[in-house]
Write a protein that binds this ligand. Sequence first.
Ligand SMILES: Cc1ncc(COP(=O)(O)O)c(C=O)c1O
Length: 427
Amino acid sequence: MAMSAAPPHSLLLKKPNHRTTATTQFTGFQINPSRAATTTYKPISITCSTTTPLQDRPAATSQSSDRVFNFAAGPATLPEIVLKKAESELYNWRGSGMSVMEMSHRGKEFLSIIQKAESDLRALLDIPSEYAVLFLQGGATTQFASVPLNLCNPDDPVDYIVTGSWGDKAFKEATKFCKPTVIWSGKSEKYTKIPDFDALEQNPSAKYLHICTNETIHGVEFKNYPTPKNKDAILIADMSSNFCSKPVEVSKFGVIYAGAQKNVGPSGVTIVIIRKDLIRNAQPTTPVMLDYKIHAENNSLYNTPPCYGIYMCGLVFEDLLAQGGLVEIEKKNIKKGQLLYDTIDQSNGFYRCPVEKSVRSLMNVPFTLEKSELEAEFIKEAAKENMVQLKGHRSVGGMRASIYNAMSLAGVEKLVAFMKDFQARHG
Ligand SMILES: Cc1ncc(COP(=O)(O)O)c(C=O)c1O
């Protein structure tokens, strides 16, 4: 995406009754105008004196020698180009004389940052104008409560499909605020599957159907999505660990939520994409910080937002657009995933991935060693070669390589070369 390197940088501020499409005015990136943000803006102008275009990105295969390949599940690796850009702007953001950390969240500089972040995210996911985008706090865990508090009454039935630990946590939290039912659980099969949607026994009066589109711990990913049986019900997705890893048809969902710290930024920012007609009165006891209506009416500025985190997310969105958007990102993710899964599958059982092939995650790849006593050695040797955070989640053991958007192909190539070498020495 072309980010203006020369001042003045045209920015937009919200003002009622002045309808325009924000995205096209920020950048040269073209999006479908019918789907563009139709929030109302008033153009303002801010001079930006030190912008380094993000599109001058180094080849995806390169990696600075002073950095490790970080396979952590989150907080996770971020694009080097984004970190460098943030570094260059840390002390004095674009000639403002301030760091983003020091700015008023109501000042024109920060407003331009949050509005551009929203606009770029809308472009990336092609978010229809009838959806609001909220930048919140509290992690996806807070959304486990916010969703039922905002979308149903205490006696309302709702359905949960539980394909891993995160879906289970979401369900358990919902039991405090409504009447949820687990209509399918993969627990007895150690969370290695996604159900057949036709065989699901949905409650016909459920207010919503909740899924976790990518189970970060178990490495199970929905490749398509179920439709709620009740025609008035909505599909709700925790997309924390595959958010912006591929195109998604937002209109299939009532609410999408995601913690930023896997694919799109640092921890501390939670993104909620919600169909505007679902933003109604929450249950009366809902804390103000969990109330979508309050946040939507205040454009995510009801209280002090996680300003620096939102700025970082904005830089990541720019970078994803500069790479060609989510269609291109998905292609890269498929390539990385295939390389790693092929290495596992072609190891004659030396490495094993328990997840059913058709639903294997492109983001989190869990695997075990046939000789489990070698696992500690594997992790130790990998770390010596600058590949870190490969230990599986404490609840499942084994290994897990998280290969989010920002993990380069070079990182995965290095990992598979190491895996083959390790097998040759220990097989
Ligand atoms: C899929 C999923 N949902 C929810 C969470 C909880 O997110 P947070 O720690 O931001 O509350 C995580 C964290 O790893 C996750 O992977």
